[in-house]
Design a protein around this ligand. Structure first.
Ligand SMILES: Nc1ncnc2c1ncn2[C@@H]1O[C@H](COP(=O)(O)OP(=O)(O)O)[C@@H](O)[C@H]1O
Ligand SMILES: [Mg+2]
Length: 402
């Protein structure tokens, strides 16, 4: 018998050892000298100068502070700003507060007002309608913290909504508050902040259901400790869900009743969409420190026009029907095509955004399915693009890349 097989040499099984597997909690990672997933606030402040994408509350700290100073309207308990000031932060004031979300004012007002009630907020819409973006900025303006985030996937476990355990401490000390690793939702409850749940309908339904008690009772029981965490005032949940996922894990009606749903629309007009793309591209260019390329508003207009025509299935003048490709050609894709184009123009071109710089990006975004989308694109190229006299440069550039 080898020592490993000798029952006398095996460690005693410990009582109360839970059998649910969880991923190594942050505490345990830190104890083992592994990098913690969540830097402290100070580390965050220090990193702010170098991080690729600062959190909204850091990036717009000046605007938030300015608003807080002049905000004399009543603030709901636990809120950093009044609902009025939150709305101004999101939509801009035409002066020092830049617009973050561009869209109907009423939508933002309904979303903000919902969060001041005991119902949670569900942002629903097709991909690229700024659901994630709006939820981050809402959390930043209301709680000053947009990081209490649960990403919904098919593999999201209940620990992401409730809590997990630091196994090292659990084994050493038994179940205790110190051995517990709170989920972002639990932390938001304890601190009276907003928790964000991304892609709610992608989570398995039993995990979604863990939210029901949280939202209806505003409490999270911890049976192992015979305790509970009660939500402090200011706590609420913003969830996002994708219209296209409908039917993947349909929200249970019990859960749906806890949410007010706000549907985010696709930009109403081409002008509005061009405005969104131009603003976001300028912001991204600054944070990526891309060399300044001339604004290229003409190219932005062209990208938006093409995406809108392919999305809607008809040309802007309404005369020609076109087929729609399989992928989503959302505002978000338009932003990324133009940003890539600017990088090309700045590093390899003459610094001016030209047709050739966006052509490859457009073709890549349109042709997701190599067979059927290629047919759709070629038809569009030959029947629509080719006919537009002032689009010759673009037509040639597209022929070169496809
Ligand atoms: N109406 C809008 N106002 C401001 N930005 C927008 C708007 N629509 C889309 N965007 C931009 O599109 C990008 C993608 O949005 P995102 O929030 O990731 O979409 P979703 O979560 O709905 O799929 C963001 O960078 C956002 O700035
Ligand atoms: Mg999203």
């Amino acid at each position: 018998m080898t020592p490993l097989e000798d029952p006398a040499l095996l460690p005693e099984p410990r009582p109360g050892f839970p059998s649910v597997p969880v991923s190594p909690p942050a505490e345990a990672r830190r104890e083992r000298g592994m990098p913690s997933k969540w830097p402290t606030t100070r580390e965050r402040a220090e990193a702010e100068m170098t991080v690729l994408r600062p959190h909204a509350e850091d990036q717009y700290a000046d605007e938030l502070e300015m608003l807080a100073k002049s905000d004399d309207r009543p603030r709901p308990p636990g809120w950093k700003l009044s609902p009025w000031a939150v709305t101004t932060y999101l939509l801009g004031d035409g002066d020092q507060i830049t617009p973050k979300y561009i869209g109907p004012r009423r939508i933002v007002e309904v979303a903000v007002a919902t969060l001041a009630t005991d119902r949670a907020l569900l942002l629903l819409g097709v991909p690229g309608t700024a659901k994630t973006w709006l939820s981050e900025h809402l959390a930043a303006a209301i709680s000053g913290d947009s990081t209490l985030l649960v990403q919904g996937t098919a593999g999201t476990a209940e620990e992401a909504i409730r809590y997990g355990w630091n196994y090292a401490r659990l084994l050493a000390e038994g179940p205790s508050r110190d051995a517990l690793t709170p989920s972002p939702v639990m932390r938001a409850m304890a601190e009276g902040r907003l928790a964000r749940v991304e892609e709610l309908t992608r989570m398995p339904s039993d995990v979604q259901d863990a939210l029901i008690t949280v939202l209806s009772e505003k409490t999270l029981p911890i049976p192992e400790l015979n305790e509970e965490v009660q939500a402090a005032r200011g706590f609420n949940v913003i969830a996002t869900a994708n219209d296209r996922d409908r039917g993947v894990n349909e929200l249970s009606s019990a859960l749906r009743r806890r949410f007010n749903t706000v549907v985010l629309p696709v930009p109403a007009s081409a002008e509005e969409e061009i405005d969104i793309v131009a603003r976001r591209v300028a912001q991204l260019g600054r944070s990526l420190e891309l060399p300044v390329a001339a604004t290229g508003l003409d190219e932005i207009r062209r990208v938006v026009t093409i995406f809108r025509e392919l999305r809607s299935g008809t040309t802007a003048d309404g005369r020609t029907t076109v087929k729609s490709p399989s992928g989503t050609l959302s505002t978000a894709e338009a932003i990324s095509v133009v940003t890539n184009g600017i990088a090309l123009a700045a590093h390899f071109g003459d610094g001016v955004l030209r047709a050739g710089d966006v052509a490859a990006g457009i073709v890549g975004a349109v042709i997701q399915d190599p067979v059927s989308d290629r047919v759709v694109w070629h038809e569009y190229l030959e029947t629509v693009v080719r006919e537009r006299l002032d689009w010759r440069d673009f037509y040639r550039a597209c022929r070169d890349v496809s």
